[in-house]
Design a protein around this ligand. Structure first.
Ligand SMILES: O=C(O)C(=O)Cc1ccccc1
Length: 346
C-alpha cells in the first residue's frame, strides 16, 4: 500500500464552516436509539424515523456523525461494521455509516474493504472534527492508571499523549464501548479515550481533553444505502463521485492513465489511494462486481478515486469510459453532494 496521503481538508474546503449540527456545540443532543428489530422501507435522509446503523455503542463518534447527517434519524448500534452493513442489507436499517479516512491516519482500508464486498452505495459524506478525552471512573486519578482502552483509530491518534502517560494500550471495538466497559466492570486502573459526550452519557470523569496528537483532526464518514437514490439537484451544491479501479498488473501505468483521463478533462481529484495488499504479503482485495449476475472478484491492485463532478456530467462519463477501456475493473461507489462543512461536536 502506498503511504496514505493525509486528507487536505483545509485546501479542499477553503473556508470550512465549523458547524454545530444542533446549533449549540456544548450541549449534548438527546439521541434516539432503536433496537435491531424493526422492518421498514427505504426512507430518504431528511425523513424522521430513518434508521442509521453504526458500529459501536451509544455515544460513539459514528453515532454523532449519523445524527449530523440525518438529524431526525434513529440510530441503530451494531457490534461491528459488518453487522451495520448486514442490518441495511436485511432491511433492519435504512443506512449504515462508516468512518473511512482521517486527516491524521489517511484511509481506513479495512472499512473500505467491507464496503467493496457489498452492494451498498455512498449517498452522503460527513466531515467531523474529533476531540478525544481521557475518561475514568469517578474518583480515579491519572497516576492510578495502568491501561487505556479505545477504538484503534483513537489510540493511534493519541499516540504521543499515551506515551507520556506510560500506560498499556488495548484496542476495543469502539470508543463508547470502551467507556461502557469501564462502567460495567468498574475498572479503576483503566481509562478510555472517547468523546466528552460519552463521559456525560455514562457518567465518567474527564481526566484530560484535547488528547489527540494534532489539533486538526477531522474524520470523514460515509453514509451508505442499499438502493440508489435520485441524484440531488445541482442547487444542493457541488457533486462528488467515488469509484474503485481494480486491476491485475502495472499499477503505475494504470495510475498514469487514470490521471490523464481526469486531468485532460479538467476534473479535480479529491482522493487517490493505491492499495497493493499482495505486495505486503496480504491477500488480494475482494470486490463485489454488482453487474448482473453479481459476483465476488479478487484483485492484487486497487485504486480508490474520488473526484468532483456527477456521473451525469458528460465529461465524467467520458473519463469513466476511457478508464474502463484499459482492461481494468471499475465500480462506481456513489455520487453525492460534497460536504462543505466540518462539523464540530465537542
Ligand atoms: O469508536 C467510535 O466511536 C467510532 O465511531 C469509530 C471512530 C473512532 C475514532 C474516530 C472516529 C470514528
Amino acid at each position: 500500500m502506498a503511504a496514505a496521503p493525509p486528507l487536505k481538508l483545509p485546501s479542499k474546503l477553503p473556508s470550512p464552516k465549523r458547524t454545530s449540527s444542533n446549533g449549540s456545540p456544548r450541549k449534548p443532543r438527546s439521541l434516539s436509539i432503536v433496537a435491531l428489530k424493526q422492518n421498514g422501507s427505504l426512507r430518504s435522509h431528511g425523513t424522521p424515523g430513518l434508521r442509521v446503523a453504526f458500529q459501536g455503542s451509544t455515544g460513539a463518534y459514528s453515532e454523532f456523525a449519523a445524527k449530523t447527517a440525518c438529524p431526525d434519524c434513529a440510530t441503530v448500534p451494531c457490534r461491528s461494521f459488518a453487522d451495520a452493513i448486514a442490518a441495511v442489507e436485511r432491511d433492519r436499517a435504512d443506512r449504515a455509516i462508516v468512518p473511512v479516512e482521517s486527516t491524521m491516519e489517511g484511509t481506513a482500508l479495512r472499512n473500505y474493504d467491507h464496503l467493496l464486498r457489498h452492494d451498498l452505495r455512498i449517498v452522503q459524506e460527513i466531515n467531523l472534527f474529533v476531540h478525544y478525552c481521557l475518561l475514568a471512573m469517578p474518583g480515579v486519578r491519572t497516576a492510578e492508571l495502568r491501561r487505556v482502552i479505545s477504538h484503534p483509530m483513537a489510540l493511534a491518534h493519541c499516540g504521543r499523549a499515551l506515551e507520556r502517560l506510560g500506560v498499556d494500550r488495548e484496542a476495543v471495538e469502539d470508543t463508547a464501548g470502551a467507556v461502557e466497559m469501564l462502567r460495567s466492570e468498574q475498572m479503576l486502573d483503566t481509562a478510555a479515550i472517547a468523546s466528552p459526550r460519552a463521559a456525560v452519557i455514562y457518567g465518567l470523569d474527564v481526566l484530560a481533553g484535547g488528547l489527540q496528537d494534532e489539533s486538526w483532526n477531522v474524520t470523514r464518514f460515509l453514509l451508505l444505502s442499499k438502493l440508489p437514490e435520485p441524484l440531488p439537484p445541482s442547487s444542493a451544491g457541488k457533486m462528488k463521485t467515488s469509484m474503485v479501479v481494480a486491476h491485475r498488473g502495472g499499477s503505475m501505468t494504470v495510475l498514469l492513465k487514470i490521471l490523464s483521463a481526469f486531468s485532460s478533462r479538467d476534473i479535480s481529484l479529491t482522493k487517490l489511494e493505491i492499495n497493493n495488499p499482495t505486495m505486503e504479503g496480504k491477500g488480494p482485495v475482494i470486490i463485489l462486481d454488482v453487474r448482473s449476475p453479481a459476483m465476488l472478484k479478487t484483485f492484487p491492485h486497487v485504486l480508490y478515486v474520488d473526484f468532483e463532478g456527477s456521473i451525469e456530467d458528460e465529461k465524467v462519463k467520458e473519463a469513466i469510459d476511457e478508464i474502463s477501456s484499459f482492461s481494468v475493473f471499475v465500480r462506481i461507489l456513489g455520487c453525492y453532494t460534497a460536504d462543505p462543512h466540518i462539523y464540530d461536536l465537542h
